[in-house]
Design a protein around this ligand. Structure first.
Ligand code: DGL
Length: 258
């Protein structure tokens, strides 16, 4: 089989990675996609590095075995924990990770104040500290661990009163005490609560999401490896999940954002 015709696999701890998948589907509509969410083991962000690495390697191996032409780790947490291992294991396909979109936020104006919302693991890990170090002289960065937030999205809840109250508890101490210029959604579940974040932050705050940049990186890597599918019929999206009852929600989240 021509390798170009194989699907692109996406992996996340749950349904959040669909915020990255949707950007890929918009940019590369002729590709076939296989999305696996590990909702049975979610959240990853409050687990140990070792647990997350083990889960990510196990699921990546299963996806690879099905025959894929690229692997996208559509999870900031799993990327921090396992991207180096995955790249050294799967040298014959592009392996793409995601990190909080701090770069465009830090460079958007002279010395902006930027909140980076992410999981406890992401803000704790070396990968994030290296990223912070890179932009330390360009922006005031406030890392904000948001335990409990992804669970709402896993339940398909994106802007009810409890979601707003959780976001308000997290963000209000910063929004009320200083001028915040930007918020980075550094977990792939959070773009689904972006309208609620917007309501609290107001229109003057810019919101950044790593999904579009990750989709462009996927296109770049497929192009450079001669793996891009040519024009033709629109591709397919297949959802799999360690909690099968999440498939319907997955389809809904994708359809709502295309
Ligand atoms: N979607 C994941 C991320 O981008 C993490 C959510 C979780 O499992 O805690 O970090």
């Amino acid at each position: 089989m021509d390798k170009k015709n194989l699907p692109i696999a996406f992996f996340d701890s749950g349904v959040g990675g669909i915020s990255v998948l949707r950007e890929a589907v918009k940019l590369l509509p002729y590709e076939d996609y296989l999305f696996f969410g590990d909702s049975a083991n979610a959240p990853y962000g409050t687990k140990t590095l070792q647990e997350i690495r083990q889960l990510t390697l196990t699921h990546a191996h299963r996806l690879y075995e099905t025959g894929i032409k690229a692997l996208v780790i559509a999870c900031n947490t799993a990327t921090s924990a396992a991207i180096n291992d995955l790249r050294s294991i799967y040298t014959d396909i592009p392996v793409i990770g995601i990190e909080p979109a701090l770069k465009p936020a830090a460079l958007m104006s002279p010395h902006p104040t930027v909140i980076v919302m992410a999981t406890p693991l992401t803000v704790r890990e070396k990968k994030f500290h290296d990223l912070l170090g890179h932009y330390a002289d360009k922006a005031d960065v406030i890392p904000l661990a948001c335990p409990g937030l992804m669970e709402f999205v896993e339940q398909g809840r994106t802007d009810d009163a409890e979601v707003i109250s959780c976001l308000s508890d997290l963000l209000s101490p910063y929004l009320s005490s200083r001028t915040v210029d930007a918020i980075v959604l550094g977990c792939t579940h959070y773009p689904f609560v972006e309208p609620a974040v917007r309501k609290l932050a107001g229109n003057h705050v810019r919101i950044f999401d790593g999904g579009p940049g990750t989709a462009r990186e996927l296109r770049r890597r497929l192009t450079e490896n001669g793996l891009l599918h040519g024009c033709g019929n629109p591709g397919t999206v297949t959802f799999k999940n360690s909690l099968p009852e999440k498939i319907e929600l997955s389809e809904r989240l994708l359809q709502a954002s295309l």
